[in-house]
Write a protein that binds this ligand. Structure first.
Ligand code: AMP
Ligand code: MG
Length: 484
């Protein structure tokens, strides 16, 4: 058995804002899932009994320093004051073989000074969703925090109904959020704000040491690219509050998220989001709005004169639009298998998305099927049979074929390239729901079976047809609540 060298996690926050917190022991813990992929990052051994106890929150290993952090944030557009890690406890950090420090965080290990009267726990349902989504996003090549394991318990929690509890272990190089900067700005603590920025830059953005504007520009570009990546796979986050935005540009805090089945550009995945603030089509601009909040908090880093700081901040924020536009067109072109760039491509892409929206076609499978389209006009095309508007489909596909012919791409190479960017398997809500219901009934194996399929979303896997299929009609409208 390898000896793990636990260290305190270096956050860059002042000690007063990272109090030590003891995890609350979890009764009758039972491991329900273990991501071999995430474990391999740190060389963790599934059979390590001491580690199992640690990840249930039932022991604190030597060298670790369990802490919770204070942060604030804008929730649904409003300043929400102090939030903080109400149910996340960072145990400490472990190093990977190549020397990179990963912070190890338990979500649902009991109350912290930031729990605001809530229980500090997480239900099994939301823990399974976070675990699967984290590992699925990683499989898709989209930046995300990782999930290592789920430990279940017979402990019951009061939510809309009584539900069983679980602890999910998350891994990330840093769990610092936009909201950490906002909270320090709110406290008017310019020296702590600077110290946090200096730490984040030194540890995670070393190319920007001494250059706050350059660093903020890079955070903003990463965030913009992340939004373009979410859009490209039909992922809706659901709660894009600034406290859920990672300073590393990672997807963070999976709650009522969803991958879109039948495409609807205005899809709202969080049933508490009545106004659709975080609807699919809104995500890119919300990402920008969140970046503006981060910049606003960081103005003291940009200039001593507040007027000059605002001017510099405004210039930095301009990076968002160009980074989003560049990444977005790059991704959509790749999804259509286009190698060259033509001025009309945005129109071609938008007409395709409009067709999917209008016909409510399955987002994932519609893109996947495009790889089978031949530029030769005479061949039959299976995608047409799946389209509720065959004539609309013909009109678009005719122009698409013409576009393909114009760049005379190699058909086989194009199909392979498209299948490498258009996933076959995504974490559809009904798949998560089936796995959750089985786990709640005592059969948890399905969690890792599904995780393994989602880890290779671009590779057709024999026997996994069920995971690629559209939801049956009765499972199309699963509502996901914020209660977790
Ligand atoms: P979330 O919507 O999960 O991003 O959480 C928003 C805020 O509520 C964060 O400060 C969380 O730590 C806190 N929170 C959510 N659920 C709980 C809970 N069961 N116990 C304590 N704090 C919670
Ligand atoms: Mg959160």
């Amino acid at each position: 058995m390898t000896i793990l060298h636990w260290q305190a996690a270096a956050t860059g926050l002042p000690r007063a804002l990272t109090p030590r917190v003891e995890p609350t022991p979890l009764p009758a813990p039972e491991r329900l899932a273990w991501s071999t992929d995430a474990a391999s990052l740190l060389g963790l051994d599934a059979a390590d009994a001491q580690l199992s106890t640690t990840l249930a929150g039932n022991a604190v290993p030597v060298g670790a320093l369990p802490t919770a952090t204070a942060y604030g944030g804008h929730q649904f557009g409003q300043w929400a004051g102090r939030l903080g890690d109400g149910r996340a406890i960072t145990l400490g950090a472990l190093r990977s073989a190549d020397g990179e420090a990963w912070q190890v965080q338990l979500k649902g290990a009991g109350p912290t000074p930031f729990s605001r009267g809530a229980d500090g726990r997480a239900v099994l349902r939301s823990s399974i969703r976070e675990y699967l989504a984290s590992e699925a996003m990683h499989g898709l090549g989209i930046p995300t925090t990782r999930a290592l394991t789920i430990v279940g318990s017979p402990l019951l929690l009061r939510r809309e109904t009584m539900e069983s509890a679980a602890v999910v272990t998350r891994l990330s190089p840093s769990f610092i959020r936009f909201g950490h900067f906002e909270w320090l700005a709110h406290l008017d603590n310019a020296s702590a704000l600077r110290a946090l920025a200096d730490h984040v830059i030194a540890a995670h953005y070393p190319a920007f040491v001494g250059d706050y504007a350059g660093w903020l520009g890079e955070v903003i570009r990463r965030t913009a690219r992340l939004m373009a990546q979410w859009q490209s796979v039909g992922f809706c986050h659901g709660v894009m509050n600034t406290d859920n935005f990672s300073i590393l540009g990672l997807t963070l805090d999976y709650g009522p998220f969803g991958f879109i089945d039948g495409f609807d550009a205005n899809h709202i995945c969080n049933h508490s989001d009545g106004s659709g603030r975080y609807a699919y089509a809104q995500q890119p601009q919300v990402g920008q709005w969140n970046c503006a909040q981060l910049l606003n908090a960081c103005l003291p880093l940009l200039d001593v004169s507040s007027e000059a700081a605002v001017e510099k901040g405004t210039a930095v924020l301009a990076a968002y639009g160009s980074a989003y536009a560049a990444e977005s067109i790059r991704l959509w072109r790749a999804k259509l298998g286009l190698i060259t760039a033509e001025d009309d491509d945005p129109t071609l892409i938008n007409r395709w998305l409009t067709l999917l929206h209008r016909t409510h076609a399955d987002f994932t499978l519609s893109f996947r099927r495009l790889a089978n389209v031949r530029s030769d006009r005479d061949t039959l095309d299976a995608g047409r049979d799946h389209c509720a508007d065959p004539l609309g489909y013909d009109a678009w596909i005719g122009d698409y074929r013409a576009r393909l012919c114009a760049e005379s791409s190699n058909e086989t190479a194009r199909a392979a390239a498209m299948n490498a960017v258009n996933p076959l398997y995504v974490l559809r809500n009904h798949l998560a729901q089936q796995v959750i219901e089985a786990a709640q009934a005592g059969r948890a194996e399905g969690i890792d079976t599904l995780r393994r399929v989602l880890a290779q979303p671009f590779t057709e896997q024999p026997g996994a047809e069920h995971y690629a299929a559209e939801p049956p009609p009765e499972l199309r409208h699963i509502e996901v609540s914020c209660s977790s």
